[in-house]
Design a protein around this ligand. Structure first.
Ligand code: PGA
Length: 259
């Protein structure tokens, strides 16, 4: 096939928001709004305590549920941690790994990210692995260096078979929760850099097939322009995924009117 088809992914990261009642209320409003055929895959990542209920509420739909983190051991004396197997048993098919907030506040490193990716794959989960530079790094011209370091340390130890099963999310940290979206050009440049890294480590086919999501202040009114960039294969949405109407508008980006 001459043309590579990368199926878009729209993923919502709820972070530490929504209790069980709010989770129910979200899906009650959200699910009817996204009826109809979709080209994209939809993933929602609620807090751990609401995974099971979210999975139950979406069981007969095409919406996938993911965790926001995991620990790499299968089970054991690791107070406060959750394994990939547990996520799977709760109805998850996906998991976020190394979100910048995990890197910033909870000691996530490229090395722990790698162990978590392997554990997620072993549990049959699809990892969405986050990379991205902070403002200081961008301003000092180190973006590509940071992406290279995060890729080399966190992702490149995977073999080709493992790599084929992961999704990468580029999230410039300065654009997260700030309302400052990267311009489509800035995002596209970083995505191209990441795809070049994939090509270098895993070859051309892997680079063409790898899905790279953009994250950082994605909203209903900017999702189309971002998604029209050649190297952007989806979105990882924080704030705008909490509100069913706005997340549905993002999921429906191909068909809905611009807001
Ligand atoms: P935001 O968060 O959409 O609220 O900027 C994105 C993320 O952290 O994944």
């Amino acid at each position: 096939m001459g043309v590579h088809m990368r199926r878009p992914i729209i993923a919502g990261n709820w972070k530490m928001y929504k209790d069980t009642g709010q989770t129910r209320a979200f899906f009650e409003t959200f699910l009817p709004l996204i009826k109809g055929p979709k080209n994209c895959e939809v993933v929602i990542c609620p807090p751990f305590v609401n995974l099971q209920i979210a999975a139950d509420l979406t069981a007969s739909t095409s919406v996938h549920i993911g965790g926001q983190n995991l620990f790499w051991a299968k089970e054991g004396a690791y107070t406060g941690e959750i394994s990939g197997e547990m996520l799977k048993a709760a109805g998850c098919g996906w998991v976020l790994i190394a979100h910048s907030e995990r890197r910033q506040y909870f000691g996530e490193t490229d090395e722990t990210a790698n162990r978590k990716i392997v554990a997620a794959l072993d549990a049959g989960l699809t990892p969405i692995v986050c990379v991205g530079e902070v403002l200081k790094e961008r301003e000092s011209g180190q973006t590509n260096l940071v992406l290279d370091k995060q890729f080399t340390g966190g992702i490149a130890p995977l073999n080709s078979e493992q790599f084929a099963k992961i999704v990468i999310a580029y999230e410039p940290v300065w654009a997260i929760g700030t309302g400052k979206t990267a311009t489509p050009q800035i995002a596209a440049d970083a995505h191209a850099t990441i795809r070049t890294l994939v090509r270098k480590h895993y070859g051309n086919d892997a680079a063409e097939n790898c899905r790279i999501l953009y994250g950082g202040s994605v909203k209903p009114d900017n999702v189309r322009e971002l998604m029209s960039q050649h190297d952007i294969d989806g979105a990882l949405v924080g704030g705008a995924s909490l509100e069913p109407v706005s997340f549905a508008a993002i999921v429906n980006y191909e068909t809905s009117k611009l807001q």
